[in-house]
Design a binder for this molecule. Structure first.
Ligand SMILES: [Zn+2]
Length: 222
């Protein structure tokens, strides 16, 4: 996310003057968005599938973000890097559930909100954010930053409109998330500069990583 002035295609920022409407045991501070420098995000209603995550969940994105992702993944494949989609669209209700699940483990809300966006503030609501892993790691951890896939993304993803939302020392006080990329076309290089996309590459099914038995599914954060 960026503190840059809003543009027409961005989710509109809504001033936060009242506590968010959440279950009685889950009250987000009214100044959450201002303190975190985060804007409210609209929930995307029109979504398309981009495949299945390593944990077996269908991943959906907004149509144009999905198209950009297919271009990105195909280009990575041509460069010998395998990008694995891990999490895409997430509803505001699902964001509530994630926080409630963490609260149930005894973790405090302030601690949780350093790792998980408050419901209504996650870029994943928009269908434009995608958590990405590689064929070497599908963990949502800083380990992804050590992969060649991540190094490739840092150089090439902006050409396809994808940008790292939470780099180190980001202004939101959010942990470093090398896996979280958001499609923000206003920062994209002109489409005419995109390399050609072969049909074969578009239709390639994302690889499925072997998963050790008993491993917990991902709880994607921001
Ligand atoms: Zn994410």
């Amino acid at each position: 996310m960026s503190a840059a002035p809003s543009r027409p295609h961005q989710a509109r920022a809504t001033p936060v003057t009242q506590p968010l409407p959440l279950p009685p045991d889950l009250v987000i501070p009214a100044d959450y968005g201002a303190v975190r420098n985060l804007r409210r995000q609209r929930e995307c209603r029109h979504l398309v599938s981009i495949g299945i995550s390593p944990s077996g969940r269908e991943i959906r994105l907004a149509p144009r973000a999905a198209q950009a992702w297919r271009h990105l993944r195909a280009a990575a494949l041509r460069a010998g890097r395998t990008l694995v989609p891990i999490s895409g669209f997430r509803s505001i209700q699902r964001q509530r559930e994630i926080i409630q699940e963490k609260l149930a483990t005894g973790e405090s809300l302030p601690s949780i909100l350093k790792q998980v966006a408050a419901p209504g503030f996650s870029e994943h609501h928009t269908g434009r954010a995608l958590d990405i892993g590689s064929d070497h790691t599908d963990d949502l951890s800083a380990n992804f930053a050590r992969t060649s896939a991540f190094r490739w993304l840092r150089i090439h993803a902006p050409r396809f409109g994808f940008h790292l939302s939470f780099p180190r020392k980001n202004p939101h006080g959010i942990v470093y998330e090398p896996w979280h990329w958001c499609w923000r076309p206003h920062l994209r290089t002109p489409r005419k500069n995109l390399p050609p996309l072969s049909t074969q590459a578009v239709n390639t099914t994302p690889p499925t990583l072997p998963r050790p038995p008993g491993r917990r599914p991902h709880l994607a954060s921001f």
